[in-house]
Design a protein around this ligand. Structure first.
Ligand SMILES: *[C@@H]1O[C@H](CO)[C@@H](O)[C@H](O)[C@H]1NC(C)=O
Ligand SMILES: *[C@@H]1O[C@H](CO)[C@@H](O)[C@H](O)[C@H]1NC(C)=O
Ligand SMILES: *[C@@H]1O[C@H](CO)[C@@H](O)[C@H](O)[C@H]1NC(C)=O
Ligand SMILES: *[C@@H]1O[C@H](CO)[C@@H](O)[C@H](O)[C@H]1NC(C)=O
Ligand SMILES: *[C@@H]1O[C@H](CO)[C@@H](O)[C@H](O)[C@H]1NC(C)=O
Length: 432
């Protein structure tokens, strides 16, 4: 059923057996990374050096996860700067209560032995972040429609939200395509609709993969043409959660104005190497321009890239993620590739936001509501939240030392990804 799963783990689209390409890729990544580190080293400060971060946990009164009325004060508080603190209440749902968890992310069912990763919540330094309240959310969303547009991390996120909402009303799937990459669910009692749309590049893309996710040819990206799957339905959405990310690191040929303009790590040496940064920036610009120019004004939530936590090696050669606790601020820094992606995202988001504000002055359509869901930093601190070997069912049942491919990119359900919705809820409440 989930043909796409292997390719989800292979965001770089490299052929596993082709060491030559791989070495070149790694070298190029290192060089690009180094160049960017030199250029941009002071433009990101994920690991805030604020010494007040040593919050004493016992000072903090345990609060019910259903703490409703309270909202984080948007004015003073940066919701995305904080730390993970113990949460004795654990997750809002279980693998038994939620029926939309994908097998590869159903860590409990697959036999993950430790459960500590469920007992943390995100706490911004300057305010309390109430837990997502599914009843309140569904009441607010009566007659509304949400879309999550992006890659398999968007799918992971939508399933987390559906699981939490299912504690109030179960989601009913009303549509899926052949590969389950595009799906629609309804919450009939609330007339609420949730869609997930597969558009990992946001722009039109032809990709060529076998069922193992190994590319048989490089992707063809049409950098000035948006993926029709999301723009065709855009006017029916009240909320749009969109994102880009790691798929842009793949080898690809770039098209603009109907012609090939260049490529990234491609085989054809007569094409110009433009770099994935160029393509990512261009795709985000085209997507934001569409959003700004549309007369339809949904609430748009742009999610930043979230890091993987493969340690000691990569996804294809034995990298693993077996930590069982969050990091504290400053214990880990973002990898160069994620810094590059995030900086492009922040830059294009801020540009679009400035345009939206300028345009709203003389407009009768109202302002486009652009909201940043800056999850990079808080996700970086959760190496314990991935399936690891438990993307497979009972991977060590037959052989305690079995060598299995780990998933340190997607997130267990339930798991830390559920906290993303606490932040989404704040955006919804503050922008309503
Ligand atoms: C949920 O996980 C438990 C192990 O924690 C497992 O025994 C059970 O079969 C799982 N159920 C479902 C429906 O996934
Ligand atoms: C459900 O919501 C849509 C708008 O999204 C509205 O047109 C429709 O009438 C609603 N249906 C019911 C039964 O309330
Ligand atoms: C939802 O739609 C129905 C049917 O159009 C309407 O009667 C109802 O007032 C709407 N509810 C809200 C909260 O918009
Ligand atoms: C390589 O690119 C050049 C320039 O666009 C083109 O003329 C040629 O056909 C390409 N070769 C292959 C094998 O695709
Ligand atoms: C994680 O795996 C590595 C390599 O197998 C091992 O050395 C380490 O002790 C493990 N850590 C935990 C917390 O299990």
């Amino acid at each position: 059923m989930m043909k796409g799963m292997r390719s989800d783990l292979n965001p770089f689209g490299v052929h596993k057996q082709n060491n030559h390409v791989l070495v070149k890729l790694v070298v190029s990544i290192l060089l690009v990374g180094l160049a960017f580190r030199l250029l941009l080293s002071d433009s990101i400060s994920l690991s805030s050096s604020s010494s007040s971060s040593s919050l004493v946990v016992s000072n903090h009164k345990a609060e019910s996860p259903e703490n409703n009325g309270q909202t984080a004060d948007d004015e003073k508080c940066d919701l995305f700067v904080g730390e993970w603190v113990p949460n004795p209440y654990g997750s809002a749902y279980t693998n038994e209560s939620c029926h939309v968890i994908e097998d590869h992310q159903n860590c409990m069912k697959n036999g993950r032995p430790d459960l500590d990763y469920l007992y943390w919540r995100w706490r911004p330094h300057d305010c309390e972040l109430p837990k997502f309240n599914p009843q309140k959310f569904l009441n607010l969303m009566r007659n509304k429609s949400w879309a999550f547009i992006g890659d398999s991390i968007s799918r992971n996120h939508v399933q987390s939200m559906l699981c939490i909402l299912s504690m109030v009303e179960p989601a009913v799937q009303v549509y899926h395509d052949e590969e389950f990459k595009n799906r629609i669910w309804k919450f009939p009692a609330h007339n609420f609709t949730v869609s997930v749309i597969w558009a990992p590049f946001l722009v039109k893309a032809d990709t060529f993969e076998d069922t193992n996710g190994v590319s048989s040819a490089e992707a063809q990206l049409y950098l000035d043409v948006l993926e029709s799957k999301w723009i065709d339905r855009y006017e029916s959405f009240d909320y749009v959660v969109t994102s880009g990310g790691k798929w842009f690191l793949r080898t690809a040929v770039y098209h603009e104005n109907g012609a090939v303009t260049g490529c990234h790590y491609c085989a054809n040496k007569s094409l110009k190497e433009l770099g994935f940064e160029y393509a990512y920036q261009k795709a985000l610009q085209v997507a934001f321009d569409f959003i700004l120019n549309s007369n339809h004004k949904p609430i748009v939530i742009f999610r930043t890239t979230t890091p993987d936590h493969f340690e000691n090696a990569e996804w294809y050669n034995g990298g693993y993620c077996n930590r069982t606790m969050p990091f504290k601020e400053g214990q880990i820094s973002l990898r160069d590739m994620d810094i590059i992606l995030r900086n492009i995202e922040l830059k294009e988001f801020q540009k679009a936001k400035a345009k939206a504000e300028a345009a709203s002055l003389g407009s009768n359509h109202g302002a486009t509501s652009l909201n940043l869901l800056d999850l990079t930093g808080l996700s970086l601190l959760r190496p314990d939240g991935h399936p690891g070997p438990y993307r497979h069912f009972q991977p060590f049942a037959k052989d305690r030392n079995a060598q299995v491919q780990n998933d340190c990119l997607h997130w267990c359900l339930p798991g830390p990804i559920d906290s993303w919705n606490d932040l989404v809820m704040q955006i919804v409440i503050n922008r309503r």
